[in-house]
Design a protein around this ligand. Sequence first.
Ligand SMILES: *Cc1c(COP(=O)(O)O)cnc(C)c1O
Length: 402
Amino acid sequence: MKRRTGQDPSITQSWRPATRAIRGGTARSEFGETSEAIFLTSGYAYDCAGDAAARFAGEQVGMTYSRLQNPTVEMLEQRIALLEGAEACRTMASGMAAMTAVLLCQLQTGDHVVAGRAAFGSCRWLTDTLLPKFGIGVTIVDARDAQAFEDAARPETKVFFFETPANPTMDIVDLKAVCAIARERGITSVVDNAFATPALQRPMEFGADVTAYSATKMMDGQGRVLAGAVCGTKDFIDNTLLPFTRNTGPTLSAFNAWVVLKGLETLDLRIRRQSENALQVGRFLEGRVPRILHPGLASHPQHALAMAQMDAAGAIFAVHLDGGREQAHGLLDALELIDISNNIGDSRSLMTHPASTTHAGVSEEVRREMGIDEGMLRINVGLEDPADVIADLDQALGKVGL
Ligand SMILES: *Cc1c(COP(=O)(O)O)cnc(C)c1O
């Protein structure tokens, strides 16, 4: 029985991505189960008091408490690290737990962060509200312009924090250029890679120090659980992130870790098919709506950069209607197949109006700066037959006069 081949670097390093996604991290129990086991246990028992003491002293390999380690969670962490090409990974209870931890674990009063303007609403809350509360300075930049990071950097800048593609405006950040500026200045670049996932984009290949994920999205991929992850060097994960997360406890449950393990087994298949479907839907919409922001279409102002960084454009894009909220809500209400939902990464096609949902919490002024107007709609194209998704959009557009 091949019990731990999924965890032996001399074997896993030679595996190609699709193999890593299915076998990476696997550690079998004495029963030799083929699918990973779910270890629903909060604690661990020891053969003798001396073993407990040795384990707490770090002198004996083994687990002590599931806030710190869990076999199912560890399998997922090893699998994500392998897919990312990172030395180490730590999972978290949600994407926002991962974003919060990755920032707070390395920042203190007096430090400074440069963050991308277009971002997930709660990520903007972290940079606009939480960090300043602790005396951490933040400069928000238009992340499409690499020079803006250079111009905003100060001697006390510790972190560059951005998403690419960004939610929901589909802004693309030049990973190579921005990460090089960070490297030169000893700044840690943190990339929120939720939209692309390591199946389509591996920021570390372009010089990123740390990647952070909402695994709720494409990694689970079927709209079931919340999960997050942070990848980096072993030194960063062990010595910067772990002291923070072990003591604050944003731990992923073993059950949710198992669901994401199963999700990763089909990630590559799903994201490539959803990318193809999203391109077909995008091509249909291109002639039908006043404006479309799809990184896979030549009409996207950063199409060439997106395609240089990503293997495919992903499942998500945005459109603008001229009729404001009334027309946008009207279109959503006319949908018969596509669900009105603010989630993304699901195998179901979903559509939302960011200004009244995901980005309702940011001020109208910030929304305007980010490029989110009342006529914007974001779509996640799922695994249904794209002809059915197109037919649904066709009839719904007709009902709002488009
Ligand atoms: C959803 C999302 C998050 C937050 O993740 P949760 O799992 O919902 O906490 C962060 N960043 C991006 C880009 C997202 O899409």
